[in-house]
Design a protein. Structure first.
Length: 633
């Protein structure tokens, strides 16, 4: 067997050094470190569009420069250097074999490994067939042993494997760690609602979620002839496996991610019909299927599924959790087999800072609080709002955009002292600087540009109209933002249920959309959150994959380089390479954030001046020279 040198990619290096990916790119461009020139190692090869570097050279570079935040980089590096051509499930099979036997893999023949597998899996329930069929290379065997040696046991080795480049490969479908954590929080809340002790889990088929989901359960239920991949993971994690729940309280987690509407609703309906009185179901799937308005047969099927009144909570999740469709939202249903609910807890987490403990507490409360009383409850929810289930089933959307928990409003500061304190909360915070690292680039002979009309024609840009919003519908406590390119509607909010009912056909923004105006002068802004209504005459520009620039570049071109009085179709953008477009968009986003912070400080300083003058004049505020300080930001 030919030895293969261990390599790492740029993302592997970032993970190894505990820094972000762009920091490694900066290291390559800046070889001078503490007065010495230490060149970044040259790549050995390239595969799937990613450069590969010698692992030992990278470790030596990190040690020589002191760069990064990981003092144990040398010990962690072997776990990151995945050999080319290795399949993740092959590595998992060998990890399971090691977990069962404690034996090393490297140096053993295929026959030896098959004998080991036969000893621990005589009935061929989880790994014997896989080990027999393996084509084991020296690099693969060495990697498995290196992975085990670099880890704190088999469970940690599996965790490191599932965060390695094998699971970042663009061809792999699946979900990220953030989604697994959210679904695990929901499953844990369901387990607590069922009593905690002795609760078992029926996991989804996705192997990537198994390790996170199974923690804390008394065991997992896997049919004897199904999902050998999950059985191997249970072996590694030392989790008890059952063939059936028997009489144990059970949490069923069903993933319908990637299914068609009809298939997803049929699977969810089968789960509802199979729930026992001591069972809770958690369904994760596309928000378009579980939460958004449906039409025709799909709408009727969803209503029929939920008409049994087992739905305790429905939650729209933020975008970006689904790798295969990062611009689409996912959603959760939480179903209780023993209850017939009159009320359901609803939440839209788009743009919210998610605290998993608070989210789990909201779900537990939805499962335990009185099913027939919307006002009673042991705690104020952080995210969810209780609604009449009949009304929810009658409306087009299960979870209207922007629905959040009811907040007790304190109103604006009423006294002069409160106004001063509110302003100084901003003005007393130091302002961070805004710097951009640049270097001379080779001269570009031609500057190519394309108009927005050309981008629309080529499918690289979508244009959507805004909606005329009646200000009489505004709700100060609303959570659905109204955006206009000139910020004229920034103070307007709508209640999410009013927005879903009154503006059902209105276009909502997605993160990265550019909201623009043609007249009186070209104006644009980037919506980084999504979910907002756009007030006409403002419109939406939505860049598609392959567009020559990013949203912040598009907005900056409209604001600074576009002549007044011109039609939007004639506005032109420079054609940039993918690397230059990403770098420029990141820099302009940082500048835009800095400008927003400057505006906030300026507005707060103006409020502070007014509040001080009025407060001192009214005799409500006195300036104490022993306490007042002017601090440089």
């Amino acid at each position: 067997m030919v030895a293969q040198r261990a390599t790492v990619t740029l993302q592997d290096i970032a993970d190894l050094a505990h820094v972000r990916r762009h920091v490694v790119t900066m290291w390559r461009r800046r070889p001078r470190v503490r007065g010495r020139v230490v060149p970044f190692p040259e790549p050995m090869s390239s595969a799937d569009g990613a450069e590969h570097f010698d692992r030992d050279e990278i470790v030596a570079y990190l040690q020589a420069t002191g760069r990064g935040n990981n003092v144990e980089a040398e010990q962690d590096a072997p776990a990151l250097s995945v050999p080319d051509g290795v399949d993740a499930e092959d590595v998992v099979a060998l990890l399971a074999l090691h977990a069962a036997t404690g034996e090393d893999v490297d140096g053993r023949s295929a026959a030896d490994l098959a004998d080991l597998a036969r000893r621990v899996d005589p009935g061929d329930d989880l790994l014997l067939s896989e080990v027999r069929e393996l084509i084991i290379t020296e690099a693969m065997a060495g990697y498995v042993d290196d992975l085990v040696a670099a880890s704190f046991g088999p469970s940690d080795a599996l965790a490191r494997l599932e965060s390695s480049r094998l699971h970042r490969h663009p061809g792999r479908r699946g979900v990220g760690e953030d989604l697994a954590d959210i679904v695990a929080a929901a499953a844990g809340a369901a387990r607590d609602a069922l009593g905690g002790e002795g609760v078992v889990l029926v996991p989804p088929a996705e192997a990537s979620m198994f390790r996170t989901l199974a923690a804390g359960f008394a065991g997992v239920v896997l049919a004897p002839d199904q999902n050998r991949a999950l059985r191997r993971r249970a072996q590694i994690e030392e989790i008890a496996v059952r063939d059936s729940p028997a009489d144990a309280p059970t949490v069923h987690v069903l993933s319908v991610i990637g299914m068609s509407e009809a298939e997803a609703l049929r699977s969810a309906d089968d789960l509802v019909l199979g729930l026992g009185s001591s069972d809770v179901g958690v369904v994760v799937g596309a928000a378009g299927t579980l939460c958004d308005p449906l039409v025709g047969a799909a709408s009727r099927d969803r209503t029929d599924t939920l008409s049994g009144r087992v739905l305790a909570a429905a939650i729209r999740l933020p975008r970006g959790l689904w790798r295969s469709a990062h611009r689409q939202s996912l959603a959760l249903w939480v179903l209780h087999g023993a209850r017939r609910n009159e009320f359901v807890s609803l939440a839209d987490l788009e743009g919210a800072a998610i605290d998993l403990d608070d989210l789990a507490a909201d779900i537990t409360a939805a499962l335990l609080e009185p099913a027939t009383d919307a006002t009673r409850g042991s705690r104020a929810p952080r995210y969810a709002r209780r609604r009449d289930l009949t009304a929810v089933l009658a409306q087009a959307a299960v979870v209207p955009r922007g629905v959040t928990a009811v907040r007790l409003g304190s109103g604006p500061p009423s006294c002069h002292l409160d106004r001063v304190h509110a302003a100084t909360l901003t003005t007393s915070r130091p302002l961070a600087g805004c710097d951009v690292a640049v270097a001379a680039a080779p001269t570009t002979i031609t500057l190519r540009r394309r108009s927005l009309a050309e981008l629309v024609s080529d499918g690289q840009l979508l244009v959507k109209h805004g909606t005329r919003v009646d200000l009489a519908h505004a709700d100060p406590a609303g959570t659905v933002a109204i955006l206009a390119a000139d910020s004229a509607a920034d103070h307007v909010r709508l209640d999410p249920f009013d927005a879903a009912r009154l503006y059902r056909r209105a276009h909502r923004t997605e993160p990265g959309d550019v909201v623009f105006l043609e007249r009186p002068s070209p104006t644009a802004r980037v919506d980084g959150s999504g979910g907002a209504l756009v007030a006409a005459p403002s419109r939406i520009l939505r860049l598609q994959p392959g567009a020559p620039v990013g949203p912040h570049v598009l907005a900056a071109v409209v604001n600074t380089l576009t002549p007044a009085g011109t039609a939007w179709t004639t506005w032109s953008l420079p054609l940039l390479s993918a690397a230059d477009a990403d770098a420029l968009d990141e820099a302009l986003a940082a500048i835009a954030t800095h400008q927003d912070e400057l505006r906030r400080h300026t507005d707060a300083a103006r409020d502070l001046v007014t509040s001080l003058i009025e407060g001192v004049a009214a005799g409500a505020v006195t300036l104490d020279p022993t306490l007042t300080r002017t601090e440089a930001g």
